[in-house]
Each structure stands twice: as structure tokens, then as C-alpha cells.
Design a protein around this ligand. Structure first.
Ligand code: FAD
Ligand code: SF4
Length: 510
């Protein structure tokens, strides 16, 4: 009996039980396809990274004795479409059973489910064996509840998996050390050199050029710096534990003009391609902490674990609980376009310039840059969530829809009306100044709301609150800001709104 097994580009889990032993009747297949490179315009480094990791994975499988068919992007047999490629192989190899791993994207899940229905041979779907939770666990967990609070899910995960627990109680006496995780980085604590891999990818770059795939962003370094194999991902993880964990929580929300990654792990690309699992990451961090607990405060460890077993699993669960309607949500009825400077970094607003340049140069920005700089700005300028989604899904090397969409449309753009975030993540210059040194060298004055040199975020912030009053004023967490707005003089509010409207209408001039 001949079995065809599909491995998608973000399913590179070498520890999967499929690969425990070789089997002559199993043929694995992997495809680089225009179907995947063209559904949004991706960052050049994202395309390079996916292809590099896929090619490496197929070589590693072959060297372990598995039979693999691999279609490169310009391969002569490549139809550029997933199901056409599959049909071709099924026919040519007299395949009797088709097997695939659960896709994490709704789009691919639908495509493969429909395809299997149309097949005359048997088909089965298997778990990717990557996440802690199953697809619909979160939906079950929150069934009948009014709010889908991440914190409740996170505490349950800690208990269920016995992570940072002691005699049924949270280790360190608290579930959450968020309050101690909000320091500004002022250069006093040294940041170790970043661990950047030097993966040679000349052949991939030339294949991308030949195929004329449209991309955004830059690739000046000539080598791809994120991990592309399980071995490299484990190295990156080790480096994180030994060098960065010690201050991860302290500077989790900090931003600085001289520092791209601060104490962040840069593990999202490797995790999202499943080179390593969430369990690999959590276990390594916990093991390191158990051995070096005297040097590392629990707040650093808890802060990191929360991102992985809390936010990451929560976002995946929310995605599956809310799709497909989620993708069309726009409860704040925002309609504007993103300005051109999101693709060039050509703006006088220093915070945006820093976050966008970082994204264009590295296919990376850390969480607070994504949420409180670019996301904050897009929301304050009332940008249509489709525009925002396309940008985020394209620009980051780690962007896969199951994690990008709930973060962008839900958490950052509040387009779901508050299912994921309990209030919109918007701020004026004061928060940006509190967490970064961006305002120090900015063209604009962080303290002013109106006038030529006034920080755009200040007028946009109050304008946003005023214009979204019908949707937001009853939100308990917004009450304080609305009472401040209500105390402002009408004439001042009018002037602020006038300036904000000018900014919205002329974004590329700012
Ligand atoms: P670290 O700060 O070192 O965090 C460790 C790990 O925790 C990350 O690797 C990631 O796996 C996980 N994590 C942290 N925060 C989140 C979160 N909110 N949701 C899910 N996982 C999280 N992450 C993606 O992986 N892909 C995306 O497309 C993506 N889009 C985002 C869009 C917006 C608007 C926002 C606000 C956040 C987005 N995130 C996304 C979450 C987060 O910004 C990235 O996971 C993180 O910046 C990756 O860098 P790192 O590996 O250095 O993370
Ligand atoms: Fe950003 Fe305003 Fe600060 Fe400039 S002054 S960096 S625009 S917040």
C-alpha cells in the first residue's frame, strides 16, 4: 500500500511520530508554491526563511532514509497549486492513501478538507504534535462564559501542566509579575551580542529572483539570520536561556533606538515553523531556571512562560474559536488606508521610523513595537483592519495567519469589539516616552497636542476617543480617559480634532 504524506512549510517538526521509523511504502512531499508566496506580499526574508528551512528539512529527512519528493519554486513539475501538485503525485505513484497534518491556517484547512472529499482514495489527518492544546480546547474552556480572558486560560494551563506550581499554588506566590516587567532600558544593563546565524541562501535568492515573486523589505546581510533547522533552533534557545532570560521580564516592554532585539528570544520564526515545539521551549527554560534559580528572578521566567503557554496557545485557540467570521470583523468601522511610509520608513515620527525600519531591515519587531507603535498608530488613524492585517501578515518572518490575525485584528485593532483585548491598545506620546528613548530625538514635541511641531499621537489619541465614543464610552476600562476628555474645553477638543483630521488626511507629510 503506497501512502502519500504532505508536509506544509510550517510543519517542520522532526520529532513528529511520522518520522520515528522509515517505511518503504511512504512517500513524503513538500512544495514551494506561488499559491503560498502570493496570497499576500511577503517580506523577502520571510520567503527566504521558509524555503531555506523547508529545503533543509527535506534533506534531513532524506538523510534519515525517508523518501521525499521536493518541488522547488521553479521546478518543472511544480503546478504552483497545492492540490494540483498532490493529484499529480497521487496519479504518478499509484497512491492508495493520502495523509496530512492539521494545517494551522483556516484557508489551508478548508482547501485540504475539500480536496479530500473529492478524492476517490482514502485520506486521514493527523495532529502536528506541536502545541500544548488541541484546536478547539479553548472554545470548550470558555463555553458559556461572557469574557474570554487570557489570564483565566493561562492559570488553567499552569495548573494542568504543573508549570511553575508549588503545592497547588503559583510559585513565587503570584500568578503574574507583569507589574515588575515594565522597565525602560537606559543602557545601564548590558545587552549580550545578538545570536545571528549565517545561513547561506544564494541559491534561494536567485530562485526567488527568477520566479519574479513580489516581495517587500530588505535583505542586505546576504545570510539568513534566524534558525532554519531544529539544531539551530535549539542553539538559539540555549543562548536565550544562558544570556537573555535573566532580564527578559524586566525589559519586555522597553524600546530603544540602538537596540533591535533587547532581551527578546527571536524564537518565533523557529517555533511557528515547528522546528521546535512550545514544550521544548518551556522545558528548557524551566530546566535552566531550576539549575540557576539563585541568579534568575521568577518574574523573568514567569514573564516568558506566560508568552508561550499563555498568549501563544490562547491566540491559536481564539483563532479557531472565532474563524471564519473573525477575518471580516470591523466593529469600529475603520476605513482608512495605511500611509506609504509603512513600506519605506520615510516619516518624521521617530517611533514609527524605528519600528518600521526594524521591520523592513529584519522582518522583525518586538511585541511592543508591533502593538504600541505601528498598531497603535494604525488604530488611531482609523485604518481598515484588512489593510493592517495584510501589512502584518507580509512583513514579519514569523507571520502565519493563526497567530498574526488574532494579534492584529483582535488585540491590536479591537476589530472584534473586545473579545481578545478588554480595551483598545491606544496611547498618546506619554506611554511611548515612558517605555523608550524615541521621543528624545524626534522632530515632534512629545508634550504638545497642537501646533506644527506637536506630536501627532497626542491629537490622534483624543480624536480617536471622541470619534469612537459610541462604541467605547461604556467600556469600564475606558471610563477614566473619557472623564478626562469630558473635562477638556470644547474649543481645545475642536482644535485637537482639527489637527488629527489633518494628520489622517495627509499622513505621508508627517
Ligand atoms: P519574545 O518576546 O522572546 O517572546 C517569546 C515567544 O512568546 C515568542 O517567540 C512567541 O512565540 C510567544 N509570544 C509572545 N507574545 C505573543 C503573542 N502576543 N501571541 C503569540 N505568541 C506570542 N507573533 C507571531 O509569532 N507571529 C505573528 O505574525 C505575530 N503578529 C503580531 C502582530 C501584532 C499586531 C502584535 C501586537 C503581536 C504579534 N505577534 C506575532 C506576537 C509577538 O509580537 C511575537 O511573537 C514576538 O514579537 C516574536 O519575537 P520573539 O520571538 O523575540 O518573542
Ligand atoms: Fe513618536 Fe511623538 Fe515621541 Fe515623536 S514625539 S517619537 S512621534 S511619540
Amino acid at each position: 500500500m503506497k501512502i502519500l504524506r504532505l508536509i506544509l512549510g510550517d510543519q517542520l517538526n522532526m520529532k513528529h511520530s511520522w518520522f520515528n521509523e522509515t517505511n518503504d511504502s511512504v512517500l513524503y512531499c513538500m512544495f514551494e508554491m506561488r499559491q503560498e508566496t502570493d496570497y499576500v506580499t511577503h517580506h523577502i526574508q520571510k520567503v527566504i526563511g521558509f524555503f531555506a528551512a523547508m529545503r533543509q528539512f527535506s534533506e534531513d529527512l532524506k538523510s534519515k532514509g525517508h523518501e521525499v519528493v521536493y518541488y522547488k519554486i521553479n521546478g518543472s513539475k511544480n503546478t504552483q497549486n497545492l492540490t494540483d501538485n498532490l493529484s499529480q503525485l497521487i496519479e504518478k505513484n499509484n497512491i492508495e492513501t493520502f495523509e496530512y497534518l492539521e494545517p494551522d491556517e483556516y484557508r489551508l484547512d478548508q482547501q485540504l478538507a475539500e480536496y479530500c472529499n473529492s478524492l476517490s482514495i482514502k485520506s486521514s489527518v493527523f495532529s502536528t504534535e506541536h502545541f500544548y492544546t488541541k484546536r478547539y480546547d479553548l472554545q470548550t474552556f470558555f463555553k458559556g462564559k461572557k469574557q474570554y480572558l487570557m489570564e483565566n486560560f493561562y492559570r488553567d494551563m499552569r495548573k494542568k501542566h504543573d508549570i511553575l506550581m508549588h503545592a497547588g499554588q503559583p510559585e513565587g506566590g503570584k500568578w503574574n509579575f507583569d507589574k515588575s516587567n515594565r522597565n525602560k532600558w537606559k543602557g545601564d544593563v548590558e545587552i549580550p551580542a545578538y545570536k545571528l546565524f549565517k545561513n547561506k541562501v544564494d541559491d534561494i535568492v536567485s530562485d526567488i529572483e527568477k520566479s519574479k515573486i513580489k516581495t517587500i523589505g530588505e535583505f542586505d546581510t546576504k545570510t539568513f539570520s534566524y534558525p532554519i533547522s531544529r539544531a539551530q533552533a535549539l542553539e538559539q534557545l540555549k543562548y536565550f536561556c544562558e544570556q537573555l532570560l535573566i532580564h527578559f521580564g524586566d525589559y519586555q516592554d522597553a524600546m530603544h533606538t540602538d537596540e533591535t532585539y533587547l532581551f527578546h528570544s527571536r524564537l518565533s520564526f523557529a517555533m511557528n515553523l515547528k522546528l521546535i515545539s512550545a514544550k521544548d521551549v518551556v522545558q528548557s527554560v524551566l530546566n535552566y531556571y531550576r539549575k540557576h534559580g539563585e541568579d534568575i528572578d521568577i518574574s523573568q521566567v514567569e514573564g516568558f512562560i506566560r508568552q508561550v503557554i499563555g498568549w501563544r496557545e490562547y491566540m491559536r485557540g481564539m483563532y479557531w474559536a472565532l474563524m471564519p467570521e473573525f477575518k471580516n470583523q470591523n466593529q469600529l468601522k475603520n476605513q482608512n488606508k495605511l500611509p506609504d511610509f509603512f513600506w519605506t520608513g520615510n516619516t518624521k515620527m521617530n517611533c514609527l521610523k524605528q519600528a518600521i525600519d526594524n521591520s523592513l531591515e529584519n522582518g522583525y519587531a518586538h511585541h511592543i513595537q508591533r502593538l504600541m507603535i505601528t498598531g497603535n498608530y494604525a488604530l488611531l488613524t482609523e485604518t481598515h483592519p484588512d489593510e493592517v492585517d495584510h501589512w502584518y501578515l507580509g512583513i514579519y518572518v514569523d507571520a502565519v495567519e493563526w497567530v498574526q490575525l488574532p494579534n492584529t485584528r483582535g488585540m491590536s485593532q479591537f476589530a472584534d469589539g473586545g473579545k481578545i483585548a478588554t480595551k483598545p491598545y491606544v496611547s498618546s506620546a506619554s506611554y511611548i516616552n515612558k517605555m523608550s528613548n524615541y521621543c528624545d530625538s524626534c522632530h515632534y514635541n512629545k508634550n504638545k497636542k497642537i501646533g506644527e511641531d506637536a506630536c501627532p499621537f497626542n491629537s490622534l489619541y483624543w480624536h480617536f476617543l471622541d470619534s469612537k465614543r459610541p462604541q467605547l464610552q461604556d467600556n469600564f476600562r475606558m471610563k477614566m480617559m473619557y472623564s478626562v476628555l469630558d473635562k477638556m474645553k470644547t474649543q481645545d477638543v475642536d482644535e485637537i480634532k482639527k489637527r488629527a483630521q489633518h494628520i489622517i488626511n495627509h499622513q505621508d507629510e508627517y
